[in-house]
Ligand binder design. Structure first.
Ligand code: ZN
Ligand code: ZN
Length: 588
């Protein structure tokens, strides 16, 4: 199947006079989850992971993936056809330069950002913008675009009117002496216009594009079939509606203007079109990114409510698991948690596919249970579950690692677990001056692990949206974080872990919200974190000897809060279990 598709693509490339073609795993919004019509990489190679790129030449073809997907790419693609390459250790530009010097390589300007394209140009390659995408020509049963209706995201959830947000963005454009900005991120569109949708899985947005002008006018380019009359009325007169086919004309009308385009997040098509039309392209971040990340007071209250509600599924799940371990599989556990969440009011789906790993599967950081990999959750092992939910009030993301036995866990596990928990607490209790960036905080979460010569191979945390993407920019807690200071209202995950490949894995994740820190002595503004997630940590895995009195006090206070906020809303049997799970560590 995939082999025939490759032959069809090569024939199409030959017709167009191209020696090769880039096939990134991307849609026209360069987002994490894409609609079926954009699954070109899967159509071509069979590989269904969320990141990667194929390069097709006349005689050779290679599939590039990162460390998360090496095994999956090998399992899903045909080794006789596809060379497998590690995308950071042997990046595509260098591979092409060596494999096909001087070749004319096509790319779809809708599927790559200007910064991504530059890496190929810097390698001295000859790249040719190619429209329409030759795969779309060769892919005969390609699905149509998603046409789910866009819906109002009303003020009791959004907190600020779209008109107010548009005025703020327009003022930022005027301050930067820019006439307009291109918006290609559907999450930015959702925030700016107070709309939500269901065009892609897990993230509730409606796919579309917009131009925001310095006079606060907005042109929205979205399939009219996705805009029912109530949504049109909600958008109001300040938002002009147009089909996507009107985009080239709208960009041409910006001749002579200065237009902001995000070189990291927007398809290069926009910058190329604007330059060709005689507009000046001003490289700059999507102007919605920062204000969207700083949740307003209504969104903050919504986040608290969403997490309290989600605990109404998480806590009964952890109770269920204690009795079920030994009799159920990973897939059963994932289904049980989804069933519990589905019974919560206003549950709008999972915020990402749950990662449910028993024993050695817990060490696979992005493990996805499938019918082929599903295995029983046995007694006396570690079980890791990382999952999240979407509610109109907010987005959740939580990881707990529990011991499935009835006896004491091995000392090694307790040592590792407690060091991970110490890292989690170190972030949760930090106070730090305004101006500090996520990259500055990452090491606090690793301190207790580093002291024992241990570490984990992922960032400590990511930004989270408000009933939007569970992975939201521009901030993160990572050595690779963008240089953006943390600010009040931002929601970030705090998720250190430890992984022993082939044996076990553990991760402990709560969402935190940045708040002003009341430090009367401080010479300048300080910030702190408010913990949003409410679920007990498995006391059996905690080694108190490794904890300071302050850490023990934090755990006891957190557990007391979980019991006080979650206990009253759950059934009696589960409440008794929760009370025991939340008892002070001194009373074990
Ligand atoms: Zn998570
Ligand atoms: Zn997370």
């Amino acid at each position: 199947m995939a082999e025939a598709n490759l032959a069809d693509l090569r024939a199409e490339l030959a017709r167009r006079g191209l020696d090769g073609f880039l096939v990134p795993r991307a849609d026209e919004h360069l987002g994490e989850y894409v609609p079926p019509a954009a699954e070109r990489l899967a159509w071509l190679t069979g590989f269904t992971g969320s990141a990667g790129m194929a390069v097709v030449l006349a005689q050779r073809a290679a599939l590039f993936v990162d460390g998360r997907y090496v095994l999956q790419a090998a399992a899903q693609s045909d080794a006789a056809v596809w060379e497998r390459r590690h995308i950071t250790e042997e990046p595509p530009p260098a591979w092409i330069a060596a494999a096909a010097p001087g070749a004319r390589i096509g790319y779809d300007p809708w599927l790559i950002a200007e910064e991504g394209l530059r890496r190929f140009l810097d390698a001295g390659l000859t790249l040719v913008a190619t429209e329409p995408n030759p795969i779309d020509t060769a892919w005969h049963d390609r699905p149509g675009p998603p046409l789910h209706p866009a819906e109002p995201h009303p003020l009791p959830y959004a907190g600020r009117s779209s008109a107010e947000k548009r005025a703020e963005i327009a003022a930022a454009l005027r301050a930067a002496q820019q006439d307009a900005a291109v918006i290609t991120d559907p999450a930015s569109l959702a925030w700016l216009l107070n709309i939500r949708g269901s065009d892609v899985p897990f993230t509730p947005f409606a796919l579309g594009f917009a131009l925001v002008h310095a006079d606060a006018g907005v042109e929205l380019f979205m399939d009219g079939r996705k805009l029912p009359p109530p949504t049109r009325a909600w958008l109001g007169n300040g938002v002009g509606l147009a089909e996507r086919a009107a985009l080239p004309g709208a960009l041409a009308a910006l001749a002579g203007k200065r237009v902001r385009v995000d070189p990291a997040g927007a398809p290069v098509w926009f910058a190329e079109r604007l330059r060709a039309a005689g507009a000046e392209v001003a490289a700059g971040a999507d102007p919605c990114l920062l204000p969207k990340a700083c949740k307003n007071p209504v969104e903050q209250e919504g986040a608290r409510a969403a997490h309290r509600r989600d605990a109404g599924a998480l806590v009964p799940f952890l109770h269920w698991l204690e009795a079920a371990a030994g009799q159920v599989t990973e897939a059963d556990a994932a289904a049980k948690l989804l069933e519990l969440r589905a019974s919560l009011p206003d549950f709008r789906g999972e915020s990402f596919p749950a990662i449910v790993g028993a024993g050695e599967h817990g060490a696979i950081i992005h493990y996805r249970v499938t019918p082929e990999t599903d295995r029983p959750i046995r007694a006396d092992e570690l079980f890791l579950i990382d999952s999240g939910a979407q509610f109109p009030e907010g987005t959740t993301d939580v990881t707990r690692t529990v011991w499935t036995g009835t006896g004491r866990p091995p000392a090694e596990l307790c040592d590792r677990f407690t060091r991970v928990l110490k890292g989690h607490i170190a972030i949760a209790t930090l106070v730090f001056p305004q101006g500090v960036q996520g990259a500055h905080l990452d090491a606090f979460a690793r301190h207790a692990l580093w002291q024992a010569g241990l570490d984990y191979d992922h960032g400590t945390g990511h930004g989270v949206g408000s009933y939007l993407s569970v992975h939201e920019g521009p901030v993160s807690l990572s050595r690779l974080a963008r240089p953006v200071p943390l600010a009040a209202g931002m929601i970030l995950s705090d998720e250190p872990g430890f992984y022993a490949p082939g044996r076990f894995g553990m991760r402990l994740e709560n969402l935190l919200m940045v708040q002003p820190a009341p430090l009367p002595e401080a010479s300048r503004p300080f910030l702190r974190f408010e913990t949003l997630t409410l679920a007990p940590f498995d006391r059996r895995l905690i080694a108190p000897a490794l904890l300071t009195p302050a850490e023990i006090a934090w755990i006891d206070a957190y557990h007391a809060r979980v019991l006080a906020e979650v206990g009253p809303g759950i059934a009696g049997g589960v409440r008794a279990w929760l009370a025991a799970a939340c008892a002070p560590l001194g009373f074990r």
